[in-house]
Design a protein around this ligand. Structure first.
Ligand code: ARG
Length: 464
């Protein structure tokens, strides 16, 4: 029997069945945490030495070995072994090859349970940081596009029916609000998760005189976790990350859906260049926004990961159960997907050009300023809003009967519906006027949109 895989099998005479090895091993995916595992081991060894639990000489040998392993992995020279189950045992076994028996002192006052909890936490913390940076970049791209389109008029929709004219800048700023909340959620979850499980050992703590604050600080954690059972069995941090990622993907997906709609020949509100569109193998005229469709499609993967991990955790008794090994693949996949989709969205936003004349024409269609007319009847003529709504409805019907827009109705025709209407009404019927007039806080007027862009720019500057 070769001794790979026998590192912790002192009491076993036989090696694992092949399928057992296959279901048990996580090295195929948890090798992604190699750097975090080594960082955790370095911090742990330094703490052991500082506390004189191991000698300075042992620490120096362990550190030298771990640093060499880090180089081997970075340079792709490390041989990962399935028989060694996971990244933790692969590194420990290699350390033994490099420095001999001294390597065995590294695992003093530690268990794989707090080791994996630490490595995975460090990995998820990095994932938070990468996602946060990309979300800020996305917000920056949206702000730039919104700034260029603070006065570009487009239809605002409810039920995907033209409702009232808005500015394209205002529409984009709605996504800035969404991604701003996503960023806040990531920061919030990162702050909560930044505690160290290291030193909880298997589940109950240890009899060695360790200093958990020392290793926590070395790893950039704010403090050690305060309950050893919780420390090894908590995966809230990954679930919170996946929840934040899922909601970010949901926002990306909604925007992606709008890109798909706006790119369709029926809308033609925007154009994407060749760099961001694909053709059809049979229909030469096609220009498809595949990246937007894929963002929409990939959203399910990330939400699936969230539901997957919640389901893994939902009936687990304290503390560690091997089920928890299933936390990693879906989290890795979700973060890879999220980051790719954020990058794709940043790229598309930088690339897309609006077609203002199409947007304007659509904004003016379907009596989109009817609310402005009703508001005018209330504000200027003094009708109760419900009556104004009714009068406007009759004017809309009249315009439909004549096949014209509201502003094309002659005054005499309007006065037949209600004699109080006067010439000033034409001032509120154009889309331009409609948009300019909506100056309430959070409204669509260009000046409000510019205020919001400025507010977000200073907010982003503080966070970046
Ligand atoms: N590979 C394992 C995981 O991913 C490491 C923890 C193993 N701990 C244990 N008691 N078997 O969770």
């Amino acid at each position: 029997m070769d001794d790979k895989g026998m590192l912790i099998r002192g009491r076993f005479a036989q090696r694992l069945a092949q399928v057992m090895e296959q279901i048990n091993a996580s090295i195929g995916f948890d090798r992604k945490m190699a750097m975090q595992d080594i960082a955790g081991s370095l911090a742990h060894a330094e703490m052991l030495s500082h506390q004189q639990i191991i000698s300075a000489d042992d620490f120096a040998a362990i550190r030298g070995g771990l640093e060499q392993i880090r180089e081997e992995i970075r340079e792709g020279r490390f041989t990962f072994s399935v028989a060694l189950e996971d990244i933790h045992m692969n590194v420990e076994s290699r350390l033994g090859e490099l420095i001999g028996a001294q390597s065995g002192r590294l695992h003093t006052a530690r268990s794989r349970n707090d080791q994996v909890a630490t490595s995975f936490r460090l990995w998820v913390r990095d994932a938070h940081d990468r996602a946060s940076a990309l979300v800020l970049e996305l917000i920056g791209a949206l702000l730039d596009l919104a700034e260029r389109n603070a006065t570009t008029i487009m239809p605002g929709f409810t039920h995907l029916q033209s409702a009232q004219p808005v500015t394209f800048g205002h529409h984009l700023m709605a996504y800035v609000e969404m991604f701003g909340r996503d960023h806040a959620r990531l920061c919030d979850s990162r702050a909560r998760m930044n505690e160290s499980p290291l030193g909880a050992a298997a589940l109950a703590g240890t009899s060695f005189p360790i200093d958990r604050a020392f290793s926590a600080t070395a790893l950039g954690f704010d403090r050690p976790m305060h309950n050893s059972l919780d420390a090894v069995s908590d995966r809230d941090f990954a679930i919170e990350y996946l929840a934040a990622a899922s909601l970010t993907m949901t926002h990306l997906s909604r925007f992606a859906e709008e890109i798909v709609l706006w790119m369709s020949p029926q809308f033609r509100f925007i154009q994407l260049s060749d760099a961001w569109t694909t053709g059809s193998s049979i229909m030469p005229q096609k220009r498809n926004p595949d990246a937007a469709e894929l963002i929409r499609g990939k959203t399910g993967r990330v939400t699936g990961s969230l539901v997957g991990l919640l389901t893994v955790m939902k009936a687990l008794p304290l503390t560690f159960s091997k089920d928890m090994q299933e936390d990693k693949e879906q989290t890795f996949d979700a973060s890879e997907t999220l980051e790719l989709c954020l990058q794709a969205m940043i790229g598309m936003i930088g690339d897309l050009t609006p077609v203002p004349e199409r947007m304007l024409a659509a904004a003016g269609a379907a009596h989109s300023t009817a609310t402005d007319l009703a508001d005018w009847l209330t504000r200027v003529i003094g009708m109760p809003f419900r009556e104004a709504h009714h009068v406007t409805g009759r004017l809309v019907r009249l315009a439909d009967e004549r096949g014209c827009s509201l502003e094309q109705l002659p005054l005499a025709a309007m006065q037949e519906v209600d004699p109080r209407v006067n010439d000033d009404v034409y001032g509120v019927l154009g889309v331009e006027n409609s948009v300019q007039s909506r100056r309430s806080l959070g409204g669509t007027s260009p000046e409000r949109v510019r205020d919001e862009i400025a507010r977000w720019r200073s907010k982003v500057q503080v966070q970046a």
